[in-house]
Unconditional design. Structure first.
Length: 287
């Protein structure tokens, strides 16, 4: 685990910095794609476009929760706030209910999630963050203590978003099992029968549960995961479109291109060009 004076993201499982002191080496580090990111902007304008009819003042405390392998990156230059990055391995061994909440608040099927903090919540989180940071900065820091404090911090964020996803039930556990199975198998197995069988329910029942909890069918989620990986490879790898198509298990490039366009309304080449222009023009921001 690295500290503020020892930057080596590849060998790290957790990385904590004040945004004003976040080096370009972190932003550009290829290992960064493996991390969950908690970006806490303090008294800053929101980085995403608010609804035109929103009555919320854009300036305030915002927490962006960015899952691993996402297309958008965040330019932290000149921002006031905190950054906590961690690999999933940090939370291995936690119960399914907690990990399911983690997946939900980080919006693992999308690009990022955002929470607006009120003053009282920001104060509570600041107390927890201070404990995490103090332990992290110690020369002989204790990862067990940091992990425990990080879990408390995340649980507080879950509480903030509890109106979206609160009660734990058997079907939520099944959603978690499906997502875990999907991560290990989506490149080889792309039918819901396999996943339903592993969970011990029918494909029809699995689709009903996923539709209820995530508002998508199993096949839609499988396709989303394939597209997400394709986008990641297009942006972050040196592979050609043809190599990416084979890498993702498609029999030929035209088949992959048709699949990509059906899901995204643009060809892989169009997305590649758009992503390049996005990064150059927006300097890696979320907008």
């Amino acid at each position: 685990m690295n500290t503020a004076s020892d930057f080596n993201l590849e060998k790290s499982v957790i990385y904590i910095r004040n945004l004003n002191n976040c080096p370009p080496s972190y932003l550009n580090d290829p290992s960064r794609k493996e991390f969950f990111e908690i970006v806490w902007l303090k008294n800053e304008n929101a980085l995403h476009a608010l609804s035109p009819h929103s009555e919320i003042d854009s300036k305030g405390d915002w927490i962006y929760l960015i899952p691993p392998y996402r297309v958008h990156q965040l330019n932290k230059a000149g921002k006031n706030g905190e950054l906590i990055s961690f690999k999933r391995s940090v939370l291995e061994g936690e119960d399914k209910e907690f990990l399911l909440d983690l997946f939900k608040i980080f919006n693992v099927q999308g690009e990022f999630s955002c929470l607006r903090l009120d003053g009282e919540t920001a104060k509570e989180l600041a107390s927890i963050y201070s404990l995490i940071e103090n332990e992290y900065q110690k020369p002989e820091n204790n990862l067990i203590i940091i992990k425990a404090l990080l879990k408390v911090f995340i649980l507080k964020l879950v509480q903030v978003k509890e109106h979206d996803f609160t009660s734990q039930d058997i079907n939520q556990k099944r959603v978690y099992e499906f997502l875990m199975l999907l991560e290990s198998n989506y490149q080889q197995i792309r039918n819901t029968d396999f996943y339903a069988g592993k969970i011990g329910i029918s494909s029809k029942r699995l689709n009903q549960i996923l539709k209820d909890k995530l508002n998508k069918t199993g096949m839609q989620i499988i396709h989303d995961r394939i597209i997400l990986e394709a986008k990641r490879k297009i942006i972050h790898s040196e592979l050609t479109i043809k190599e990416i198509s084979y890498d993702l298990g498609f029999s030929d490039r035209p088949y992959f291109s048709r699949f990509f366009k059906k899901q995204t309304n643009q060809t892989p080449e169009e997305f590649q060009k758009q992503a390049k222009n996005h990064i150059e023009s927006k300097f890696n921001t979320l907008i």
